[in-house]
Design a protein around this ligand. Sequence first.
Ligand code: 1JT
Length: 257
Amino acid sequence: MQISLKGRNGVILGVANKRSIAWGCAKSLAREGMRLAFTYVGERMEETVRGLAAECEGSIVLPCDVTKPEEIDSAFASIAKEFGHLDAVVHGVAFARREELQGDFHSLSKEGYMIAHEVSAYSLTAIARRALPLMEGREGSIVTLSYIGGERVIQNYNVMGIAKAALEASVRYLAADLGPRGIRVNAISAGPIRTLSASGVSGFTEMLDNIAEKAPLRRNIKADEVGDTCLFLCSDLSRGITGSTIYVDAGYHIMGV
Ligand code: 1JT
């Protein structure tokens, strides 16, 4: 068995800039020869994503706002036309309104709840459904990005915590559903990384320091470390793994207080 992804195609959602965890995943996959389709949201992001995609041979760039079913459909129609088939989906999409990532959890509005879940959890299933016909008869791999706030209470993570719980449960249900077709579905629970999403999160620096102090490896993690685990999950080397959440967090999750 080889890690090589030559001749394989993947789609990657959630690259916003060069610090994105999804970009770390893209670089690892491209390094082993996977051809990639990048998606972006809104015109503001297009130029940045095109610039990054230019570093990955043979890649294409498509608009795809996961809250717009027509946009998902047309993105996958383009992928079908350009690539013919798909072997991997990397889902690195999440969103919550800033006011929902602080303060009292019980203040959570229905609107805030719905938006976070639509973008961060439901979208995995919405994307998987469109990817299915392109993965038919192939041993595909679907990978999503999660965070420990989906299983434990992490102060301020609030609505994203319950959205990540729904996301990780979706991974299990999709894995059971798609396993008979040879498609594997897994999540990577990444330690916190200073990305665009994390910017403006109050107390983020203190959180990084706290983890570097307590994690077994005594440091934070980098997006390329998540990328290499994503590569493993998209390669044949992980052929026996599905429905799992794998931690890339310097071991932080094993520690008690
Ligand atoms: C989103 C944001 C998803 C930040 C995220 C996220 N997953 C991890 N982070 C970083 C983070 C954020 C908070 C936190 C711990 C880590 C921003 C909006 C889009 C979705 O609290 C302790 C708040």
